[in-house]
Write a protein that binds this ligand. Sequence first.
Ligand SMILES: Cc1cc2nc3c(=O)[nH]c(=O)nc-3n(C[C@H](O)[C@H](O)[C@H](O)COP(=O)(O)OP(=O)(O)OC[C@H]3O[C@@H](n4cnc5c(N)ncnc54)[C@H](O)[C@@H]3O)c2cc1C
Length: 416
Amino acid sequence: MKQSIHTIIIGAGAAGMMAAAVAGQRGAKVLLIDHAAKIGEKIRISGGGRCNFTNMALDGSDASPFFVSQNPRFVRPAMSAYTAQDFMHILRAHRVRYHEKHKGQLFCDDSAQNIIDVLRVECDKGHVQWRTSCSVTGVRMINDSLGMRFELDTSTAGTWRCANLIIATGGLSIPAIGASGFGYALAEQFKHTIVPTAPALVPLTFAEWSKNGWAELAGLSLPVRISTGEGKKIMSFDEDILFSHKGLTGPAVLQISSYWQANTSIALNIQSDAHLEQLLCDGKLGAKIQLDTALSQLLPNVPKRLLNHILTRPEFEKYAKHKWADVSDKVLRQLAQHFNHWTLMPSGTEGYKKAEVTRGGVSVKELHNGTMASKLCDGLYFVGEVVDVTGWLGGYNFQWAWSSGVAAGRAVSERL
Ligand SMILES: Cc1cc2nc3c(=O)[nH]c(=O)nc-3n(C[C@H](O)[C@H](O)[C@H](O)COP(=O)(O)OP(=O)(O)OC[C@H]3O[C@@H](n4cnc5c(N)ncnc54)[C@H](O)[C@@H]3O)c2cc1C
């Protein structure tokens, strides 16, 4: 038997649950389908189990600088219609306690499960129906006398018809907890363009990392300015890097990974405040100490292990124990350049297994920015990570999920 309902949402993650709660509370009959047994798994594992659920910078002012997309300005209407402060308001109403950790990033005091529970209660308030462990096996366009536009076959819930279909199936990261390419395939079925996808907010890897001895620095962390790109397209972040056995990670690297393009380099400024070249060349006059001692005195904040490692590189090795005053300005300039503009060529990333998000996705050019509605197919909506919108590290991706979910939830309820 075929059942009909006003709105079906595929994907009970952050964006799907928010869209369902909003549409349901505004009177729409909503069915939320997820192929996973447990809902909101990414919320549960996010932010080290405490979910960095938003960022206070997303206060209704221009949000586009914090997002990567073919058109970052696409996010503006949805992000200003539903802000970080709006989401904090819901959490306060549910007595969820939270705190700011770093640069406006808000985390739960107790557990990410608090957020899942809030969304669940908000969905219940909207009388949302659920089907978990249920796969959608086919979607067709129809045009029946009740105004239904889509017919869906499911693995365990039979065939359903709906007037509005919201796709909230997320990206490709962490396939082990239910990520799938379903949303992209469905978008293509309805003639949408998919901006090529790639892992983002992901550690970077480097050829011969172990052979060159860098793996020995695993566990070492330090603040840097990291950058990639050229000219007007240069992008920089001031954050920490962390050496790992495979390459580099830490917030600075995760941030830059969303901008890094294959076969291009990244640059690290390990000592952004010091004019090291000048200090090294001017300070050597009359100095009696060795170059390695001078460097550790000039750069007290750079970990010794890293200093020693750089000084054992073939181009500097023979000078490390020389008297500082005897080392030529040319070598000192080269050394300074290494600290102020250390260029590295990543060979790749740790992939979707380790990526927090997927960049690329359903092209924003074919969606209405205030509602997330498809410009190509009446009644079809895309929300959350499946869209070509990728936020910075720091709560920006969840806020995009909430704001785009609210936009679509409101839009479908206006079609009652
Ligand atoms: C380890 C980790 C930590 C993170 N930490 C943070 C953080 O602290 N702050 C932040 O802002 N962002 C964080 N993110 C990113 C954030 O989790 C996502 O951007 C966000 O969850 C996207 O929401 P979404 O609803 O679009 O997709 P998801 O939350 O991924 O939900 C998609 C849902 O669709 C379901 N689904 C997929 N395919 C199908 C299908 N074929 N049929 C039915 N259902 C399907 C999935 O089971 C899932 O429930 C983190 C991500 C990871 C992986």
